[in-house]
Design a protein around this ligand. Structure first.
Ligand code: SAM
Length: 239
């Protein structure tokens, strides 16, 4: 399993040290253990945790060189995907993990403590509430997110956190083109601009991913995000 992780990461231009590999292995074990008590993931087999979670999340490095970034926020991180994976793979980063479900945060805090990670924070909040908080608003180089909402909704959850000239990196599958069509207006309203769609495979799988790389080109109007629940009820640009 270690070899799979090391060579998969290498394909994504990431060199993992022994310490990092051990951290990933411990994370995998904790995920599998805690998953028996609470619903964290449907992916539990050793090989699949490595490919479909760890390597999948590391594909972000194909969209943006993560070694050159400083601050990352992951909205709707769940069991730490992609934010915690990014932190282990790029330990110099200052990472904030956000989720609306408290029990997931308890799991994440346990992993962080067991792995001895520093410069990583877990925040229990809905994106719509935290996005209004001055301490977090427009405070990050990168917002990374996977499997949280369609782009119209996701943009309202995430773009308020991104600094001007920073990026929203949305890890998506094959439906991205359709989502982009529907989400273009919302992205523009929120101060974003699609820079690139990055196609990437995930090592040792037949997964074919698309990553939306959205640049923040101007500050987000303070009326966004709207109050909790509104973005999903009436996605921007679609109503
Ligand atoms: N990103 C993880 C992954 O790829 O495995 C988790 C995906 S899970 C399908 C969606 C996560 O987003 C859940 O943990 C949920 O609690 C969180 N979430 C959904 N809407 C949210 C919101 N408005 N604010 C914060 N978290 C939210």
């Amino acid at each position: 399993m270690k070899k799979l992780l090391i060579s998969g990461a290498k394909e994504l231009d990431i060199q993992l040290s022994e310490t990092q590999v051990e951290q990933f292995m411990k994370y995998k074990t904790l995920l599998q253990e805690w998953n028996q008590k609470m619903n964290l993931t449907a992916i539990t087999e050793d090989r699949e945790v490595i490919t479909k979670h760890f390597l999948d999340c590391m594909t972000i490095n194909k969209a943006l060189n993560m070694s050159e970034q400083k601050t990352v926020i992951d909205i709707g991180t769940g069991a730490g995907f992609p934010g915690l994976v990014i932190k282990i793979a790029f330990p110099h980063l200052k990472v904030t993990l956000v989720d609306a479900l408290k029990k997931r945060l308890t799991f994440l805090e346990t992993v962080i403590n067991e792995l001895g990670l520093t410069d990583i924070e877990c925040v229990h909040s809905r994106a719509e509430d935290l996005g209004k908080n001055k301490q977090y608003r427009e405070g990050f180089d990168i917002c990374a997110s996977r499997a949280v909402a369609n782009l119209a909704v996701l943009s309202e959850y995430t773009l308020p956190f991104v600094k001007v000239d920073g990026y929203l990196i949305a890890l998506k599958g094959q439906k991205l083109d359709e989502e982009l069509e529907q989400g273009q207006k919302a992205i523009k309203i929120l101060g974003g601009q699609l820079e690139e769609v990055v196609h990437t495979g995930v090592p040792f799988t037949d997964l074919d991913h698309k990553i939306a790389k959205i640049k923040k080109v101007k500050s987000t109007d303070t009326k966004y995000p709207r109050k909790a629940g509104e973005p999903t009820k009436a996605p921007l640009g679609l109503s």
